[in-house]
Write a protein that binds this ligand. Sequence first.
Ligand SMILES: C[S@@+](CC[C@H](N)C(=O)[O-])C[C@H]1O[C@@H](n2cnc3c(N)ncnc32)[C@H](O)[C@@H]1O
Length: 404
Amino acid sequence: MLLSLDVADREVVVAGGGAVAARRVRALLDSGARVTVISPEAGDDVTRLASHGDIRWERRRVRPEDLDGVWLAIAATDDPDVNLMVARWASDRRVWCVNSSDGFSTSARVAAVSRHGDLAVGVVSEGAPDPSRVARVRDSLGALLDEGQVDLRRVRGRRGRVVLVGSGPGSSDLITVRGARLLAEADVVVTDRLGATGLLAALPETVEVINVGKSPDNHPVPQHEINDILVDRARKGLTVIRLKGGDPFVFGRGGEEVHACVEADIPVEVVPGITSALSAPALAGIPPTQRGIAASVLITSGHAGPEPAVRAALGHGVTVIVLMGVAALPAFVEAALEEGADPSTPVAILESATTARERVTHGTVSDIVRIAGEMAVKPPAVIVIGKVAEPELLASALAATPRP
Ligand SMILES: C[S@@+](CC[C@H](N)C(=O)[O-])C[C@H]1O[C@@H](n2cnc3c(N)ncnc32)[C@H](O)[C@@H]1O
């Protein structure tokens, strides 16, 4: 029978201090157990855990009375006879015992476990122990959950909630594992235009998808209506995933959506995402900071224009990253020159990063406006102004490296 034990704050004895015992101790600590290791000697891991006070370590041989009053015993010495003895003492006292050296004279077996939000997958072998086989099964099942391939919508105990999920710059495999898993719990997905929208195609047909995407001059659903949709659906007891491009809190209006939920007394959580501000440059081989070249980075929006903080950054060699900045590019370039930036300061424009329309355009403060015009650069784009955008720094080397 496969049971899930709550060992939090419960006394567990581990006989043995070697590698097997250390693995068991780690799992027990992860579950919040109070662990006593009993062993004349111990390996580095157990010794360090004891020195930090994470466990108690009694440096002696295990005795029958060590099992009095404990909830669980682990027999993990390197002597199978001792382990068998511990298993018997435990059985006499009606204490569940895992015998690590004999899968058959054991009253309990440890499942290979992986955790996925509020779900745990546990796999045990009911035949001869074969830990790596069991682990493979656990990993395969866990991967299905993490990749969002299992319908995780709640049937019982539903309470409406909103989760703001940052889905990254666009490519479906740049969403976080947590984000993908939560998407599989969605009753409703309220989606942006940018981000990992390719994932929507794989949702069950019964999931309601509401597209509230904006483009530069087209905001068909105003923000207050988006907030209302989130609150309204959650009030119906539904799990609402607000799928957002990049990170929810980087020019994503995530803060307003959180406020709307809090005001309406709707539980809300945020799953961070990989922002395009940093990932589009990274993928083009542009490090926003680089030792000896740029120690600071400023992320701004083209809508705000070159405000004083941006001007100061442009004049002091700080890397300036502009989102929503295609139309404002001439104003930023002009501000850079006015603030005394070298006209040869590199500029890179990264369009539609990680999508099929991805394109990288390089220039300098003096010629990027002309080049962008000739190339008909279009949003969405991230603009990087600063020495780190010099193609010879990393970008050329990375471009020349074949990708598998
Ligand atoms: C409203 S902001 C949202 C930013 C998002 N929250 C983030 O963290 O990436 C939209 C802007 O992000 C940038 N952007 C988003 N995805 C992009 C991508 N795949 N490639 C280039 N720029 C992108 C563009 O500047 C676009 O105009």
